[in-house]
Design a binder for this molecule. Sequence first.
Ligand code: GDP
Ligand code: MG
Length: 361
Amino acid sequence: MQIGIIGFPYSGKTTVFQTLSQIHNEQSSSGRKDANQAIVKVPDERLDNLTDIFNPKRKVNATIEFVDFAGFQNVESRGGIFNTQFLIKARTMDSLVHIVRGFDDPSVPHVFDSINLERDIQHLEDEFVLADLAFVETRLEKLEKDIMKQKSKDEAERELAEMLRWKETLENNLPLREIEFDENVRKYVKNYQPLSAKPLVIALNLSEEKVKESNQIIEMLKRKFKSEKIEILPFFAKIELELSQLDEDEKQVFMQDYGLEGSPLNRLIQSAYRLLGLQSFFTVGEDETRSWTIRKGMTAQESAGVIHTDFYNKFIRAEVINYETFLQEKSLTKCKEKGLIRLEGKEYIVQDGDILNIRHS
Ligand SMILES: Nc1nc2c(ncn2[C@@H]2O[C@H](COP(=O)(O)OP(=O)(O)O)[C@@H](O)[C@H]2O)c(=O)[nH]1
Ligand SMILES: [Mg+2]
């Protein structure tokens, strides 16, 4: 699961990225893949509670990978902010986080010489729409040629119909994430990865003085960029970086001083997670408590396969209890006595927060 951190130069991408890699990898040297990639733990209070209850040797959080898009400023004469390599690389990401410059600081240059959140968000949307439109037009030319030459004509005609639908959407300045894709056409999204179809987290990198106003700012922008596949969050890169260098107690005091509730950084990770249609299940025991990432709708057998391919191949049944139900007793033995643990077959659709024990041959 890869999430790209994108945005204009000097918006705070690297600051956000550094914070992400720092606080989540302090104990693991392998967390950092290279300068631009960081494996980040998905925070989950439920896993923390399970760990307190089971007191295992280790706790292992599910992870996602963040990629800092550095050095993609456009030096071509194409007019956009982002160059072709940027667009190609962004296409390979599962989701994108757009860091928007919302802090005033005369010592930090700005591409537009002023702070304007709405303009910057719209600018990126427009570039994505234009890039997708350019792609669709090239594709349409190719398909029309194929149809003329009677080359795999039926499939070419089916795709042509879909590309024309994309074109119309994009020409109306709508990102592709706003249209529905049924089963027959989902493969085109999967193969071509249009940028404007990707779920987007918009993180407003605000100055620390804006903490109190941030809700109001967000509401205004949410009305303007209304979408099921966009989440808009406040973010305070500079505060976050400072926070990441403090211990837990100091952190609480510091956050209170700023009027921050919960960590914006954790919210950013959780939003990205949610937008991607991801959820967690848990495995528990004396050795470790662990959260695992799956897509919504995955079966018990598929989920077992996330743990180990052997568990997939040799799957017999899963013992299942949801976290919320488990909390009634806080002990697997007691849950078992009360008949709260179910036996499910391979077709069972795993729910967010399920605790699974896979029985395999
Ligand atoms: N005042 C202030 N400066 C910031 C903030 N976030 C980042 N910066 C500074 O802005 C500059 C550009 O940030 P950077 O993360 O390198 O931006 P990038 O080009 O998007 O990677 C750096 O000097 C940062 O220290 C912020 O919230 N407030
Ligand atoms: Mg940078």
